[in-house]
Ligand binder design. Structure first.
Ligand SMILES: [Mg+2]
Length: 284
């Protein structure tokens, strides 16, 4: 067991739940960020409940369990709050057993099906009127035809437009790939409509679900994230502690630039803590 770095002692004393973003904090693609499995175990040993809140909607919660298991991190299905699972839960509150057209991957499709919705894979022109929702997330097979179907379901039918998240980029091992925001903006451009709601971070919906499910107060949770405009804003909006980890999207230089503009910033973008890596949470 490692000792906690002094500046976190007072804070972590009250913390019951640690919320980890995944891409850029726990791993990059299939590669564990060095030492993170040990840090997670140390937190669990301190009786801190560890859960995961990711904007990535491409895989199911069960697939996340397997992915973390391959990185020597034990977890269960209910530890994950992904933009796909959050979207599915919230959409169900609006309409049960809906007909949904998806721009997205298996994660979003399977989560919606698990909540009792009908995912219409290849609607014909006659089906456009029957679609209740067009939901857009990251889609590695995004193409002109799916964009056109989404457009027509919204403009010619009654479909309401929602999105899982609007991340502009996806961090990968050697740089960046386009994120879900690219697909959301494509639908926005060709319909002239904005999504009615984007469920992922920076919206605090996922964190609010965690607080509710685990029956804690906001100040008993902390989020570790690598993106100011999603993880940190969501954490601050939910009223929990926020920690920026510089192993993903945000660099040390970006944080230094931010400090020089601090008076002009959205205060929700300012984290409570900044760590070069999660290894700094515990001292040797
Ligand atoms: Mg991230």
């Amino acid at each position: 067991m490692k000792n906690i770095v002094p500046k976190l002692i007072e804070e972590l004393k009250n913390i019951k739940v640690a919320i980890f973003d995944l891409d850029g904090v726990v791993y990059k693609e299939k590669t564990l960020i060095s030492g993170v499995n040990r840090i997670i175990q140390d937190l669990k040993d301190l009786s801190v409940k560890v859960v995961y809140n990711s904007n990535n909607s491409t895989i199911t919660r069960q697939m996340y369990v397997e992915k973390l298991n391959n990185l020597n991190i034990e977890s269960t299905f209910s530890d994950f709050y992904t933009s796909a699972s959050i979207t599915s839960q919230e959409i169900t509150k609006i309409k049960k057993h809906a007909n949904i057209f998806i721009i997205g991957e298996i994660g979003l499709k399977e989560e919606l099906k698990a909540f009792g919705h009908h995912v219409v894979e290849n609607p014909s022109i006659n089906d456009y009127q029957e679609i209740d929702f067009v939901i857009v997330g990251l889609d590695f097979h995004f193409n002109y035809n799916t964009l056109m179907i989404a457009q027509r379901c919204i403009l010619e039918g009654k479909a309401q437009f929602y999105a899982t998240n609007a991340d502009t980029t996806l961090p990968v091992i050697n740089g960046l790939k386009p994120g879900a925001g690219v697909m959301v903006n494509a639908v926005k451009t060709c319909t002239g409509r904005s999504p009615i709601k984007i469920f992922g971070k920076p919206q605090p919906d996922g964190i609010n679900l965690i607080i509710k499910d685990l029956k804690i107060k906001p100040d008993q949770a902390i989020i570790f994230g690598d993106r100011l405009e999603t993880d940190i804003i969501a954490g601050n909006r939910a009223g929990i502690k926020t920690a920026m980890v510089l192993t993903g999207i945000t660099t040390k230089k970006m944080m230094e630039d931010l400090e020089s503009r601090i008076d002009f910033l959205d205060k929700n973008m300012i984290p409570d803590f900044v760590f070069n890596s999660l290894n700094e949470i515990f001292s040797d």
